[in-house]
Design a protein around this ligand. Structure first.
Ligand code: UTP
Length: 331
Protein backbone atom coordinates (compact mmCIF):
# COMPACT_ATOMS: atom_id res chain seq x y z
CA UNK A 1 0.00 0.00 0.00
CA UNK A 2 1.12 3.55 -0.70
CA UNK A 3 0.79 6.50 1.65
CA UNK A 4 0.44 10.20 0.95
CA UNK A 5 1.56 12.71 3.53
CA UNK A 6 0.71 16.34 2.72
CA UNK A 7 3.31 18.56 4.37
CA UNK A 8 3.13 21.69 2.23
CA UNK A 9 1.32 23.94 4.72
CA UNK A 10 2.88 27.13 6.06
CA UNK A 11 2.16 26.39 9.71
CA UNK A 12 1.09 29.93 10.60
CA UNK A 13 -0.11 28.90 14.07
CA UNK A 14 3.40 27.80 14.96
CA UNK A 15 5.18 30.96 13.94
CA UNK A 16 7.90 32.10 14.51
CA UNK A 17 9.25 28.51 14.46
CA UNK A 18 7.78 27.80 11.04
CA UNK A 19 9.43 30.80 9.39
CA UNK A 20 12.63 28.76 9.29
CA UNK A 21 11.61 25.16 10.09
CA UNK A 22 8.79 23.21 8.45
CA UNK A 23 6.24 22.34 11.15
CA UNK A 24 6.66 18.63 10.53
CA UNK A 25 10.36 18.79 11.38
CA UNK A 26 9.84 20.29 14.84
CA UNK A 27 11.21 17.97 17.49
CA UNK A 28 8.75 16.24 19.80
CA UNK A 29 10.09 13.80 22.39
CA UNK A 30 13.42 13.47 20.59
CA UNK A 31 12.23 13.07 16.99
CA UNK A 32 10.69 15.28 14.31
CA UNK A 33 6.89 15.01 14.09
CA UNK A 34 7.26 13.51 10.62
CA UNK A 35 9.70 10.90 11.98
CA UNK A 36 7.04 9.62 14.39
CA UNK A 37 4.61 9.24 11.47
CA UNK A 38 7.05 7.55 9.08
CA UNK A 39 8.20 5.13 11.81
CA UNK A 40 4.59 4.04 12.28
CA UNK A 41 4.15 3.51 8.53
CA UNK A 42 7.37 1.52 8.24
CA UNK A 43 6.32 -0.64 11.25
CA UNK A 44 3.25 -1.50 9.17
CA UNK A 45 5.33 -2.32 6.07
CA UNK A 46 4.34 0.82 4.18
CA UNK A 47 7.45 1.87 2.33
CA UNK A 48 6.08 3.79 -0.66
CA UNK A 49 5.45 7.29 0.55
CA UNK A 50 4.58 10.40 -1.41
CA UNK A 51 5.15 13.70 0.30
CA UNK A 52 3.40 16.79 -0.99
CA UNK A 53 5.94 19.47 -0.16
CA UNK A 54 5.81 23.24 -0.39
CA UNK A 55 6.96 25.73 2.25
CA UNK A 56 10.60 24.80 3.16
CA UNK A 57 10.14 21.56 1.24
CA UNK A 58 13.86 21.07 0.55
CA UNK A 59 14.48 20.61 4.27
CA UNK A 60 11.80 17.92 4.42
CA UNK A 61 13.30 16.21 1.38
CA UNK A 62 16.78 16.05 2.85
CA UNK A 63 15.54 14.90 6.29
CA UNK A 64 13.44 12.05 4.90
CA UNK A 65 15.91 10.82 2.30
CA UNK A 66 18.85 10.80 4.72
CA UNK A 67 16.95 9.36 7.71
CA UNK A 68 15.04 6.61 5.88
CA UNK A 69 17.27 5.10 3.18
CA UNK A 70 15.00 2.03 2.90
CA UNK A 71 11.82 3.98 2.14
CA UNK A 72 10.83 4.84 -1.46
CA UNK A 73 9.96 8.51 -1.31
CA UNK A 74 8.39 10.54 -4.05
CA UNK A 75 7.92 14.28 -3.83
CA UNK A 76 5.41 16.56 -5.47
CA UNK A 77 5.49 20.29 -5.05
CA UNK A 78 2.41 22.27 -4.10
CA UNK A 79 3.48 25.77 -5.06
CA UNK A 80 0.66 27.48 -3.17
CA UNK A 81 -1.10 26.02 -0.12
CA UNK A 82 -4.57 25.97 -1.65
CA UNK A 83 -5.90 23.39 0.79
CA UNK A 84 -5.61 19.74 1.74
CA UNK A 85 -7.90 18.70 -1.14
CA UNK A 86 -5.57 20.47 -3.57
CA UNK A 87 -2.49 18.79 -2.04
CA UNK A 88 -4.01 15.32 -2.51
CA UNK A 89 -5.30 16.30 -5.99
CA UNK A 90 -1.70 17.02 -7.04
CA UNK A 91 -0.77 13.50 -5.91
CA UNK A 92 -3.52 11.80 -7.94
CA UNK A 93 -1.27 10.12 -10.49
CA UNK A 94 0.57 8.43 -7.64
CA UNK A 95 -2.51 6.47 -6.52
CA UNK A 96 -5.18 6.50 -9.24
CA UNK A 97 -4.45 2.95 -10.46
CA UNK A 98 -4.10 1.40 -6.99
CA UNK A 99 -6.67 -0.63 -5.05
CA UNK A 100 -6.24 1.48 -1.95
CA UNK A 101 -4.26 4.41 -0.59
CA UNK A 102 -3.61 5.80 2.87
CA UNK A 103 -3.63 9.56 3.47
CA UNK A 104 -2.17 10.84 6.71
CA UNK A 105 -1.65 14.46 7.73
CA UNK A 106 1.89 15.55 8.44
CA UNK A 107 1.20 17.32 11.71
CA UNK A 108 -0.68 14.64 13.59
CA UNK A 109 0.84 11.83 15.61
CA UNK A 110 -1.27 8.71 16.05
CA UNK A 111 -0.86 6.18 18.79
CA UNK A 112 -3.22 3.36 17.91
CA UNK A 113 -3.33 0.01 16.17
CA UNK A 114 -2.78 1.10 12.56
CA UNK A 115 -2.81 -2.52 11.33
CA UNK A 116 -6.45 -2.82 12.45
CA UNK A 117 -7.35 0.42 10.65
CA UNK A 118 -5.65 -0.84 7.48
CA UNK A 119 -7.68 -4.07 7.52
CA UNK A 120 -10.97 -2.24 6.94
CA UNK A 121 -12.91 -3.42 3.89
CA UNK A 122 -14.42 0.02 3.32
CA UNK A 123 -13.10 3.50 2.80
CA UNK A 124 -12.47 4.58 6.39
CA UNK A 125 -11.92 7.91 8.13
CA UNK A 126 -10.27 8.31 11.54
CA UNK A 127 -12.54 10.28 13.90
CA UNK A 128 -12.70 11.39 17.49
CA UNK A 129 -15.54 12.99 19.48
CA UNK A 130 -14.51 16.53 20.47
CA UNK A 131 -16.15 19.25 22.57
CA UNK A 132 -15.99 21.96 19.92
CA UNK A 133 -16.13 20.48 16.39
CA UNK A 134 -16.27 23.86 14.60
CA UNK A 135 -12.50 23.83 13.84
CA UNK A 136 -12.69 20.41 12.18
CA UNK A 137 -14.36 18.47 9.43
CA UNK A 138 -17.19 16.47 11.00
CA UNK A 139 -19.00 13.25 10.12
CA UNK A 140 -22.69 12.50 10.57
CA UNK A 141 -23.48 8.80 10.80
CA UNK A 142 -26.42 6.73 9.65
CA UNK A 143 -27.81 3.97 11.89
CA UNK A 144 -25.23 1.41 10.67
CA UNK A 145 -22.14 3.46 11.53
CA UNK A 146 -21.52 4.56 7.97
CA UNK A 147 -21.04 8.22 7.13
CA UNK A 148 -24.10 9.92 5.67
CA UNK A 149 -22.74 13.48 5.52
CA UNK A 150 -19.36 15.17 5.85
CA UNK A 151 -19.02 18.87 6.60
CA UNK A 152 -15.83 20.92 6.78
CA UNK A 153 -15.63 23.36 9.73
CA UNK A 154 -19.40 23.67 10.29
CA UNK A 155 -20.65 26.84 12.01
CA UNK A 156 -23.51 24.85 13.56
CA UNK A 157 -22.17 21.31 13.90
CA UNK A 158 -24.73 18.52 13.69
CA UNK A 159 -22.19 16.02 15.04
CA UNK A 160 -19.22 16.09 17.42
CA UNK A 161 -17.26 13.44 15.51
CA UNK A 162 -14.20 15.27 14.23
CA UNK A 163 -12.13 14.03 11.29
CA UNK A 164 -8.62 13.64 12.73
CA UNK A 165 -6.43 13.33 9.65
CA UNK A 166 -6.06 9.69 8.68
CA UNK A 167 -7.96 8.25 5.73
CA UNK A 168 -7.98 4.83 4.09
CA UNK A 169 -9.34 5.15 0.57
CA UNK A 170 -10.60 1.94 -1.02
CA UNK A 171 -11.61 3.53 -4.30
CA UNK A 172 -8.68 5.77 -5.31
CA UNK A 173 -10.08 6.25 -8.83
CA UNK A 174 -13.27 7.74 -7.43
CA UNK A 175 -11.25 9.92 -5.05
CA UNK A 176 -9.26 11.21 -8.03
CA UNK A 177 -12.46 12.05 -9.94
CA UNK A 178 -14.00 13.71 -6.88
CA UNK A 179 -10.87 15.80 -6.27
CA UNK A 180 -10.91 16.86 -9.92
CA UNK A 181 -14.52 17.93 -9.48
CA UNK A 182 -13.55 20.00 -6.43
CA UNK A 183 -10.41 21.64 -7.84
CA UNK A 184 -11.34 21.99 -11.51
CA UNK A 185 -14.90 22.99 -10.54
CA UNK A 186 -13.47 25.63 -8.16
CA UNK A 187 -15.43 24.28 -5.18
CA UNK A 188 -13.90 25.97 -2.14
CA UNK A 189 -14.93 25.93 1.50
CA UNK A 190 -13.45 28.65 3.70
CA UNK A 191 -11.24 29.68 0.78
CA UNK A 192 -9.57 26.28 0.33
CA UNK A 193 -10.02 23.11 -1.70
CA UNK A 194 -11.05 20.61 0.96
CA UNK A 195 -10.51 16.88 1.07
CA UNK A 196 -13.75 16.66 3.08
CA UNK A 197 -15.68 18.08 0.11
CA UNK A 198 -14.18 15.45 -2.21
CA UNK A 199 -15.15 12.71 0.27
CA UNK A 200 -18.71 14.09 0.31
CA UNK A 201 -18.76 13.78 -3.49
CA UNK A 202 -17.59 10.17 -3.11
CA UNK A 203 -20.48 9.58 -0.70
CA UNK A 204 -22.93 11.14 -3.16
CA UNK A 205 -21.63 8.76 -5.82
CA UNK A 206 -22.37 5.73 -3.65
CA UNK A 207 -19.04 5.09 -1.87
CA UNK A 208 -19.58 3.49 1.53
CA UNK A 209 -17.49 5.32 4.12
CA UNK A 210 -16.91 3.92 7.60
CA UNK A 211 -15.52 5.74 10.61
CA UNK A 212 -12.87 4.41 12.98
CA UNK A 213 -12.64 6.00 16.39
CA UNK A 214 -9.10 6.93 17.35
CA UNK A 215 -8.28 7.71 20.95
CA UNK A 216 -4.58 8.24 20.53
CA UNK A 217 -4.66 11.32 18.34
CA UNK A 218 -2.10 14.00 19.09
CA UNK A 219 -2.27 17.26 17.19
CA UNK A 220 0.95 19.23 16.80
CA UNK A 221 -0.50 22.29 15.06
CA UNK A 222 -0.28 24.86 17.87
CA UNK A 223 2.29 25.61 20.59
CA UNK A 224 0.01 24.24 23.35
CA UNK A 225 -0.82 21.03 21.47
CA UNK A 226 2.84 20.54 20.48
CA UNK A 227 3.83 20.72 24.16
CA UNK A 228 0.95 18.41 25.17
CA UNK A 229 2.05 15.88 22.55
CA UNK A 230 5.66 16.15 23.75
CA UNK A 231 4.43 15.46 27.29
CA UNK A 232 2.32 12.49 26.26
CA UNK A 233 5.09 10.85 24.19
CA UNK A 234 7.72 11.35 26.89
CA UNK A 235 5.36 9.87 29.47
CA UNK A 236 4.77 6.89 27.22
CA UNK A 237 8.39 6.27 26.26
CA UNK A 238 9.91 7.08 29.65
CA UNK A 239 13.54 8.02 29.54
CA UNK A 240 16.44 6.55 27.64
CA UNK A 241 19.22 6.52 30.26
CA UNK A 242 21.75 4.79 28.03
CA UNK A 243 22.31 7.69 25.69
CA UNK A 244 22.31 10.88 27.69
CA UNK A 245 24.41 13.87 26.77
CA UNK A 246 27.31 15.27 28.77
CA UNK A 247 25.88 16.04 32.21
CA UNK A 248 27.63 17.69 35.15
CA UNK A 249 25.74 18.44 38.37
CA UNK A 250 22.40 17.91 36.72
CA UNK A 251 19.15 16.74 38.25
CA UNK A 252 16.85 15.09 35.71
CA UNK A 253 13.19 14.80 36.65
CA UNK A 254 11.72 12.15 34.33
CA UNK A 255 10.32 11.81 31.85
CA UNK A 256 12.73 13.76 29.68
CA UNK A 257 14.54 13.28 26.39
CA UNK A 258 18.17 14.37 26.45
CA UNK A 259 20.13 14.17 23.21
CA UNK A 260 23.47 12.38 23.51
CA UNK A 261 25.13 15.39 21.84
CA UNK A 262 23.82 17.94 24.35
CA UNK A 263 25.86 19.45 27.19
CA UNK A 264 24.15 20.35 30.46
CA UNK A 265 25.68 21.62 33.69
CA UNK A 266 24.42 22.81 37.08
CA UNK A 267 20.77 22.57 36.06
CA UNK A 268 17.46 20.88 36.76
CA UNK A 269 15.71 19.48 33.69
CA UNK A 270 12.19 18.05 33.61
CA UNK A 271 9.65 16.78 33.80
CA UNK A 272 8.37 16.67 30.18
CA UNK A 273 11.35 18.28 28.54
CA UNK A 274 13.01 17.53 25.21
CA UNK A 275 16.63 18.64 24.81
CA UNK A 276 17.70 18.28 21.17
CA UNK A 277 21.09 17.76 19.51
CA UNK A 278 23.92 20.14 20.31
CA UNK A 279 22.03 22.06 23.01
CA UNK A 280 24.06 23.69 25.79
CA UNK A 281 22.36 24.46 29.10
CA UNK A 282 23.94 25.87 32.25
CA UNK A 283 22.61 27.12 35.58
CA UNK A 284 18.98 26.75 34.49
CA UNK A 285 15.73 25.10 35.50
CA UNK A 286 13.58 23.89 32.60
CA UNK A 287 10.30 22.00 32.64
CA UNK A 288 7.57 21.08 30.16
CA UNK A 289 9.54 22.50 27.24
CA UNK A 290 11.11 21.70 23.89
CA UNK A 291 14.63 22.98 23.28
CA UNK A 292 15.63 22.91 19.60
CA UNK A 293 18.99 21.91 18.08
CA UNK A 294 22.07 23.90 19.10
CA UNK A 295 20.14 26.30 21.36
CA UNK A 296 22.03 27.81 24.29
CA UNK A 297 20.35 28.45 27.63
CA UNK A 298 22.05 30.14 30.57
CA UNK A 299 20.75 31.23 33.99
CA UNK A 300 17.15 30.77 32.89
CA UNK A 301 13.92 29.51 34.44
CA UNK A 302 11.76 28.14 31.62
CA UNK A 303 8.33 26.54 31.65
CA UNK A 304 5.96 25.59 28.78
CA UNK A 305 8.51 27.01 26.34
CA UNK A 306 9.56 26.18 22.81
CA UNK A 307 13.06 27.36 21.95
CA UNK A 308 14.00 27.32 18.26
CA UNK A 309 17.19 25.90 16.76
CA UNK A 310 20.27 27.96 17.47
CA UNK A 311 18.33 30.38 19.71
CA UNK A 312 20.00 31.84 22.79
CA UNK A 313 18.20 32.44 26.10
CA UNK A 314 20.09 34.22 28.86
CA UNK A 315 18.36 34.79 32.19
CA UNK A 316 19.39 36.66 35.24
CA UNK A 317 19.57 36.15 38.99
CA UNK A 318 17.92 38.75 41.27
CA UNK A 319 19.68 40.45 44.14
CA UNK A 320 17.67 41.32 47.26
CA UNK A 321 18.54 42.79 50.60
CA UNK A 322 15.28 42.67 52.55
CA UNK A 323 14.48 42.54 56.20
CA UNK A 324 12.57 40.07 58.37
CA UNK A 325 8.89 39.38 57.57
CA UNK A 326 9.12 41.09 54.16
CA UNK A 327 7.26 39.61 51.21
CA UNK A 328 8.70 39.73 47.68
CA UNK A 329 7.18 38.29 44.52
CA UNK A 330 8.97 38.18 41.14
CA UNK A 331 6.90 37.83 37.99
P1 UTP B 1 -3.15 22.66 8.45
O1 UTP B 1 -4.57 22.86 8.17
O2 UTP B 1 -2.76 22.45 9.88
O3 UTP B 1 -2.34 23.88 7.83
O4 UTP B 1 -2.68 21.44 7.56
P2 UTP B 1 -0.84 24.35 8.11
O5 UTP B 1 -0.41 25.29 7.06
O6 UTP B 1 0.05 23.15 8.30
O7 UTP B 1 -0.92 25.12 9.52
P3 UTP B 1 -1.66 26.51 9.90
O8 UTP B 1 -3.13 26.20 9.88
O9 UTP B 1 -1.23 27.54 8.90
O10 UTP B 1 -1.13 26.79 11.27
C1 UTP B 1 -2.79 20.07 7.93
C2 UTP B 1 -1.79 19.27 7.11
O11 UTP B 1 -2.08 19.42 5.71
C3 UTP B 1 -0.96 19.97 5.01
C4 UTP B 1 -0.12 20.64 6.10
O12 UTP B 1 1.25 20.69 5.72
C5 UTP B 1 -0.36 19.74 7.30
O13 UTP B 1 0.49 18.61 7.30
N1 UTP B 1 -1.43 20.93 3.97
C6 UTP B 1 -2.39 21.84 4.27
C7 UTP B 1 -0.89 20.88 2.70
O14 UTP B 1 0.00 20.05 2.41
N2 UTP B 1 -1.32 21.78 1.76
C8 UTP B 1 -2.29 22.70 2.03
O15 UTP B 1 -2.65 23.48 1.12
C9 UTP B 1 -2.84 22.73 3.32
Amino acid sequence: MKAIIPVAGIGTRLRPHTYTQPKVLLNVAGKPILGHIIDKLVENSIKDILLVIGHLGEKIKSYTVSSYPDVNFEFIEQKEPLGLGHAVYLAREFFEKDDEVLIILGDTIFDFDLSKFLKSKFTTIGVKPVDDPRRFGVVLLDGDNFAKKLVEKPTQPESNLAIVGIYLIKNPKLLKESLEEVVEGEIKTRGEYQLTDALQIMLNKGEKIKVFEIDGWYDCGKPETLLDTNKFLLEKNGMNFRRLGKLENVLLIPPVYISPTSKIENSIIGPYTTVSDGVEISYSIIRNSIIGDDAKIQNALLESSIVGSGAVVKGDYKRVNIGDSSEVEFY
